[in-house]
Design a protein around this ligand. Sequence first.
Ligand code: NAD
Length: 256
Amino acid sequence: MSLEGKVILVTGGTSGIGEGCSRHYAEVGAKVVIASNQEEAGRKLEEALRAEGRDVRFVYTDITCEESVRNLVAQAVAAYGRIDGVHCNAGAWAPGKVTEFNDSAWDLIMGVNVKGVLWTAKHVIPVMERQGKGVLLVTTSVAAHIGFPQHVIYCASKAALEAIIRCLTTDHAGVVRVVGISPGTIDTPMLAATCAGWDKPKEELYAEVAQRIPVRRLGQPVDIARAGAFLLSDDADYINGAILTMDGGTMVLPPW
Ligand SMILES: NC(=O)c1ccc[n+]([C@@H]2O[C@H](COP(=O)([O-])OP(=O)(O)OC[C@H]3O[C@@H](n4cnc5c(N)ncnc54)[C@H](O)[C@@H]3O)[C@@H](O)[C@H]2O)c1
């Protein structure tokens, strides 16, 4: 899949799925603007990819803050003159039932997962409108469709993203294509963090989970990156308002 010459911005592009996407999009020819709030990891990734001859730049961004997102978009346009695609991937997670609900859980999870996508779309869509074309890809989650135990705010945030994908598809028709990827269980630092507090080591938990997934393995960031590259490319020009489930087949299993 080629993204040759395209300018692609990846939020949360320094860890897990986002890091895999930053690397892969650069490998298939894109100029990649890597955004996240992980300054050190961002500088290291930028250096490593440039050493491989890739055209990338890291921009420190707090996706929850409008000024920071405005600066990200301005820096991308100043560097490359256009933005062909944005992968809204930054995400935050914290466990909790509604009885433990508080403002900080709301601010963290809704702030990053939902407000972050809204700020990004707000500032990047005018650039795409000036160009006459652009693609927004959003990382949602199967959590939008499952009542994961003790994940009420996270699940709500991912369900909100599905609604946002549909609304942006309608509001910016003819100019911006809006698509989503809904991952299942992907081997990333966020997934590892969810294993804390269980009575088994991570490796044992992962092996058990893998046996329940129809393809018999956890997903890797590159699995998402390959599909993301296709959805961001011109080959996917007729895919719009759609969300691709990438869970190795888990969601089609019968409930027994
Ligand atoms: N790993 C999974 O199994 C899985 C499953 C479904 C969906 N997802 C989603 O995939 C996306 C990536 O998750 P991951 O598993 O790679 O997690 P991760 O923790 O490895 O990466 C999250 C990224 O988001 C960035 N981020 C967090 N808060 C930010 C902020 N305020 N400003 C800018 N960047 C911020 C982090 O710096 C990091 O780069 C998330 O949206 C997550 O909800 C993950």
